[in-house]
Design a protein around this ligand. Structure first.
Ligand code: SF4
Length: 339
């Protein structure tokens, strides 16, 4: 295959600026553009972001409401019961504790608050606690999201009645890569969960994790699936190889590769919010540092602040300071709706 030239990259950027799907040649122009073209790529990604999303920056935070002992076998995850890790294990937290955590993150700058629980679906008892926790998050002035596995339509409606804003359900990887990552449920189960939440008019966050050994073609395949589903909020996670998981020996992605993934998704999903979540500190360095500046300026339009699921994050203040210094407008109220 011949190396793509700058004219191919310019054509990819032109397609993105018109919110048209990238064809294979345009994808190749992004994934294989030589290093001397990277400035053009990142400038273009920023231009696309500014055109469709302006300079607003969305900040979300999560709480690990139920941790560990998960029935699923996702290769990267410290919470799978198949893995022997030092990750915390606890049952579903008291809803009042979740409400207090939401209030704290609201005071520190978050607008959305995700209640995350391990497992394929909550038990009846946990679901009742979840309903109460959603009410408390809303009372504390945040948009309440849940990431609790696969929810039936009836449960989605009960959560909506309690004030739920959004559902977070990652596809994680491309369909063609999924069998090597998870065998305990199917890719179609995840796609159906995303479709159902969209049908119910919820704000839907669905994205992936990178650095598991997937190819560039598979990264593009995931972006295409998300575009076809109509997902408008895409968490971008980068593997933190955790001892005891099947991914423990994978190298951490280089910042250059991770930035190119962000740019690829920005061009393939021009109108979607790309929210950089897990692995942000591991790949891009200390909060407020030069690496984080590149994240903000590469086409991303949101970040997760505070702690990750099983790993402590940096204090949010440095992220907020950098974002303001770069001229981003921080959302000051929860963003709801289908997103
Ligand atoms: S990613 Fe979610 S479903 Fe998969 S093992 Fe971890 S907690 Fe379970």
């Amino acid at each position: 295959m011949t190396e793509p030239g700058m004219e191919d990259l310019d054509r990819a950027l032109a397609l993105a600026l018109e919110n048209r799907a990238l064809d294979d040649a345009a994808v190749t122009a992004v994934t294989r553009c030589p290093d001397c073209g990277l400035h053009r790529l990142f400038d273009g990604a920023r231009e696309v972001r500014c055109k469709f999303l302006g300079r607003s920056l969305s900040l979300c935070a999560i709480i690990n409401a139920k941790s560990g002992a998960c029935s699923e076998d996702c290769a990267f995850c410290a919470q799978s019961s198949r893995h022997h890790t030092q990750s915390p294990r606890h049952g579903f937290l008291d809803p009042d504790a979740i409400g207090r955590a939401a209030a704290e993150m609201r005071a520190r700058g978050a607008h959305r608050f995700g209640i995350v629980a391990s497992g394929l679906a909550p038990s009846e008892g946990d679901f009742e606690k979840l309903l109460r926790a959603v009410e408390l998050v809303v009372q504390n002035g945040l948009a309440a999201d849940v990431s609790v596995g696969i929810l039936t339509r009836e449960r989605l409606r009960r959560l909506k009645a309690a004030g739920l804003s959004g559902v977070h359900h990652n596809l994680e990887v491309a369909r063609s890569f999924f069998p090597g990552i998870c065998t305990t449920h199917s890719y179609e189960d995840d796609v159906a969960a995303v479709r159902l939440a969209l049908e119910e008019g919820l704000f839907v966050c669905s994205g992936g994790i990178f650095g598991l050994g997937e190819s560039w073609a598979q990264r593009a395949e995931l972006a295409t699936t998300l575009r076809e589903l109509g997902v408008r909020n895409v968490p971008m996670n980068f593997l933190i190889p955790i001892v005891g998981t099947r991914m423990q020996d994978r190298p951490v992605l280089s910042p250059a590769e991770a930035l190119r993934i962000l740019a690829l998704f920005r061009l393939m999903l021009p109108t979607a919010h790309l929210r950089v979540c897990g692995g942000r500190g591991t790949v891009f360095g200390a909060a407020g540092g030069e690496g984080q500046r590149e994240v903000f300026d590469s086409g991303a339009s949101g970040i997760m602040i505070g702690d990750y699921l099983t790993i402590a994050g940096a204090p949010p203040e440095a992220d907020l300071e950098l974002a303001r210094a770069m001229g981003f407008e921080l959302e000051d109220r929860p963003a709801g709706g289908r997103g």
